[in-house]
Write a protein that binds this ligand. Structure first.
Ligand code: NAP
Length: 244
């Protein structure tokens, strides 16, 4: 349906489960070589033996781990054309009870890691005069959310980072965009009680949660040739939840 350049190479963080797995598989189907990163060997078993998909254990909270990954890329004579900063965690609590560790862990994985990954990936993109960076934020990043000040701050930061970088590298034909999902059915929301689910449904005009494929669809489009005039944007994929 959409057109893609030849011989593309992508990195999808958190590519072993949920939204990231769906994105990684969708890009791999387009004949793109996809490195799917996750911190645990266990979760990477979900994506074994998929054509064009290369599972890599890399804890993105560690700079050394990120450096080691890019060392592999260099040794394989690859450079990254598409970077999807998808991995994210939450450690929810009201701010008064939030530990500094929970604050830092969330900021480290959700915001610091994309910064480091972008810096690495940009070098090859600038040389090629081509690149696509897609950051998975959240509607919490613009709306805020009670009990999620660390998560919301990290996701809001990611939107601002996206816009700033889009302005810096537009002339190099590197497009940087953001997706802000609403509530998507993955492990991340598996702890929701029926009461919480019901309260969310009431806030979502489409009256249902989204699926990982809803996010993969737009990432797929943003990586295609047809999206070549779109940069610095945040796309809300939330069943209308952010309208409230
Ligand atoms: P998920 O099901 O919990 O999956 C998270 C992925 O990130 C897993 O592959 C996980 O693998 C990986 N990951 C976690 N920590 C990592 C680390 N330190 N290093 C490398 N990989 C790591 O999450 P999801 O629901 O698919 O969410 C994906 C993204 O969408 C996140 O950024 C999330 O904030 C955002 N989002 C989700 C929702 C939602 O409702 N689900 C809504 C808005 C935004 P390992 O555990 O093996 O490391």
């Amino acid at each position: 349906m959409f057109q893609f350049s030849n011989n593309l190479c992508a990195v999808v963080t958190g590519g072993s489960r949920g939204i990231g797995k769906e994105i990684a598989c969708r890009l791999a189907e387009e004949n793109i070589k996809v490195y799917a990163l996750a911190s645990s060997k266990e979760s990477l078993k979900n994506i074994e033996n998929i054509t064009n998909l290369y599972p890599i254990q890399c804890d993105i909270s560690s700079r050394d781990s990120i450096n080691d990954f890019f060392q592999i890329i260099e040794e394989e004579n690859q450079s990254i054309d598409i970077l999807v900063n998808n991995a994210g965690i939450h450690r929810d609590n009201i701010l008064l009870r939030m530990s500094e560790k929970d604050w830092m862990d969330v900021i480290d994985i959700n915001l610091h890691a994309p910064f480091h990954l972008m810096k690495h990936a940009l070098k090859g993109m600038i040389k090629k005069n081509f690149g696509r960076i897609i950051n998975i934020s959240s509607i919490s990043g613009t709306d805020g959310n009670k009990g999620q000040s660390n998560y919301a701050a990290s996701k809001g930061g990611l939107i601002a980072l996206t816009k700033s970088l889009a302005k810096e590298v537009g002339k190099r034909n590197i497009l940087v965009n953001c997706i802000a999902p609403g509530v998507i059915e993955t492990d991340m929301i598996s702890h929701f009680s029926e009461t919480i689910k019901k309260s969310y449904f009431e806030r979502i005009p489409l009256n249902k949660f989204g699926q990982p494929s809803d996010i993969a669809n737009i990432v797929h489009f943003l990586c295609s040739d047809e999206a070549s005039y779109i940069t610095g944007q945040t796309f809300y994929i939330d069943g209308g939840m952010s309208l409230n």
